[in-house]
Design a protein around this ligand. Sequence first.
Ligand SMILES: *Cc1c(COP(=O)(O)O)cnc(C)c1O
Length: 433
Amino acid sequence: MNYLKCVSCNITYSTSEVRYRCDCGEILEVKITDWNKLKKNLNKKIFDDRLSSKEFPYQSGVWRYKELVLPVSDKYIITKSEGNTNLYSGLNNNKGFQKITSFVGLQNLHLKHEGENPTGSFKDRGMTVGITQAKVLGVKAVACASTGNTSSSLASYAAAAGLKCFVFLPKGKITTSKLSQSIAYGAVNIQLDGDFDAVMKTVQKVCNEYKIYLLNSINPFRIEGQKTIIFELLQQLDWQIPDWIVLPGGNLGNTSAIGKGLFELKKLGIINKLPRIAIIQAEGANPFYLSFKTGFKKKFEVRARTVASAIRIGNPVSFIKAKKIIEGTNGVVEQVSDQDILDAKAVIDASGIGCEPASAATVAGIKKLVGKKIIKKDHQVAGILTGHILKDPEITLNYHLKKLSGYNSRYANSIFETNTRTISREIRDFLDD
Ligand SMILES: *Cc1c(COP(=O)(O)O)cnc(C)c1O
């Protein structure tokens, strides 16, 4: 039986208990027990065979790796065939992608688009597992605090599972595209004053008081699902290990997940070396970056301000887990400005791929690290695009309308109104351009 272990003081708990924190106050992680059995039963070929399987639940890009994710009876599994997201590159005639490679100054680049999950972000990989665990535990209701993607994902999976769902949102700080999504999926939406960090505190209290199952990334089962981003990515690369994996960091749950996934693949012998991990934060929401700069001797808390709503987090819950990942992969933490994020987003969008602002931090960060020669020009780099282009549409539109005050719309595309009399002249201008 797998068990839960405190990330700090090593006390253990049973997975059949509803628990998010150790008695010492730190968070928990799932530990796999039966490594010998897994080593005997799992190998690359099994995962490759399951790629073409029509058998439930292996068509899911999460449950394909079920033994490493959550070894439960199939009768509990709530899945929407999440995962199976594209790994983009400049190969196979993709001209648009060349805009990105020349922007970052690196040829050997892959971008895995987690925005292609059912509700528009990688959160679905964590939620299919978190909601399945909720079924195993037999809870009646689930909840989360969210900057948008977590709430949409939870609302959708709760609907699939037939569970009551409450989402707690910082009032006035949620994009309409996401608020409308979670309302539509049938969640009870509760807007509270304060920022994400304040709402997170409230939801933990409410969940304890009313015995509601909390599905933020503090929940260790979410992390188990999100590990499959790296499983799938490496499988798509035929299990070749790139030099770098790059992703944005907010609450640092995903950092923890990707690192944990890598350590476990190595322990199983499925891979024999580790890539370096680079975590990118926004300058205005950079507590992990500040801490990295002190060699993790100090921990920071900031008042988070950035256009990238999904990483607008000042006091990351998974700090200790993420620190171990950076230390264990010879990783780095970098910060980028909102202007860098907006420019990178415009280039990714114009490539025909597109992503939300937080995801563009990945590409902005790769460009910055190439500029600093920390990532070398001949390195192979795989970046994660975490969310969909339709998140934060106000920012996208205002960038192209040159209406984002304080920012330069360097890569703005054309948008204008005209009438039928002059339209032919304008089209000709564009064709000749
Ligand atoms: C949640 C989220 C992040 C941040 O992930 P953490 O696990 O909080 O570090 C980044 N991008 C998108 C699109 C997200 O939804």
